[in-house]
Design a protein around this ligand. Structure first.
Ligand SMILES: C[S@@+](CC[C@H](N)C(=O)[O-])C[C@H]1O[C@@H](n2cnc3c(N)ncnc32)[C@H](O)[C@@H]1O
Length: 279
């Protein structure tokens, strides 16, 4: 299926399907992206065009095809300690602040965690905080819509080239061990705090519980302003008062929510849920 062959009506229907299924909004002229991401899958399945693809998904909504299409359309790009400053803010501001709030055990959510670099980076940041005397422990939940990413994140094994993306040699030798040539595994003391689960951000958060810290980075950029607003509003409801929300470097949300205040430090911004007003 080449991008020029995509029927405009099929393209419109596919955009609706994708946005309703996972929030991702495709621009007017992203036919090339659809054909490059889905071409192989459709060829393998003998599906001639997008119209037929949607018809098959509709016919068997719980079949595996729907998930594989969504999976192919997501961008899973990630790295260790991405942007650096959020992890510095954790160690220098967020963790000490939560200790001051008399927390001993916090709950952390890394939403849309891809192959696990983000939740394991948070766990390493906490391990380093503890090594400097910080008395705090955490349960870290990593979630992603993609079953392949969930499997990779649970495995916690990375190639040397994946580790090179953002990880210093010192952190690598301290927090990973080699399990076979060119494959490294996250050490048990970092891994034990992290649990990985499949979850779609468009669905309810009630079963996930409340959190002291939420990371939601580099995923809402693919969504409409309306979905972004709705997701951030619902995430805020899952935050404990005084809890922190960290979004991507380009994803400011000051105008989204009165319950959050901006905390500016170390060249970056995080948000804190205001405590309830006492009358
Ligand atoms: C670019 S990665 C970001 C990973 C990590 N947060 C980071 O900043 O490095 C975006 C991730 O969002 C996931 N994703 C996309 N739509 C989603 C949805 N509706 N619910 C949950 N995860 C979603 C994708 O599968 C992908 O792994």
């Amino acid at each position: 299926m080449s991008s020029t062959q995509i029927d405009p009506e099929h393209y419109r229907a596919f955009r609706r399907f994708l946005e309703q299924s996972c929030g991702i909004v495709l621009g007017d002229n992203k036919q090339y992206l659809v054909s490059s991401r889905l071409g192989q899958l459709m060829q393998r399945e003998g599906i001639p065009d997008l119209g037929e693809l949607l018809r098959r998904i509709q016919e068997r909504p719980m079949g595996g095809l729907r998930g594989r299409v969504i999976e192919a359309m997501t961008t899973n790009e990630t790295q260790w300690f991405r942007d650096n400053y959020p992890f510095q803010i954790l160690q220098e501001l967020v963790f000490p602040e939560l200790v001051k709030q008399n927390k001993q055990q916090i709950r952390v959510w890394s939403a849309a965690c891809s192959s696990g670099q983000e939740p394991y980076s948070i766990s390493i940041a906490l391990q380093e905080f503890q090594a400097r005397g910080g008395r705090l422990e955490a349960d870290i939940l990593g979630t992603d819509i993609s079953p392949a990413m969930v499997t990779q994140a649970r495995l916690a094994r990375y190639s040397a080239s994946a580790l090179n993306r953002g990880l210093s040699a010192e952190r690598r030798s301290r927090h990973f061990h080699s399990v076979e040539p060119e494959v490294w595994e996250v050490r048990p003391e970092i891994r034990r705090r992290v649990r990985i689960q499949q979850h779609n951000l468009l669905e309810s958060y009630a079963t996930l519980g409340r959190f002291d810290l939420i990371f939601c980075r580099n995923v809402l950029i693919y969504f409409s302003a309306e979905s972004r607003h709705d997701i951030l509003r619902r995430m805020c409801q899952q935050l404990q008062p005084g809890g922190y929300l960290v979004v991507g470097a380009s994803e400011s949300l000051a105008r989204h929510n009165d319950e959050l205040e901006m905390v500016r430090t170390h060249g970056g911004v995080v948000y804190r849920r205001r405590p309830p007003v006492r009358r």
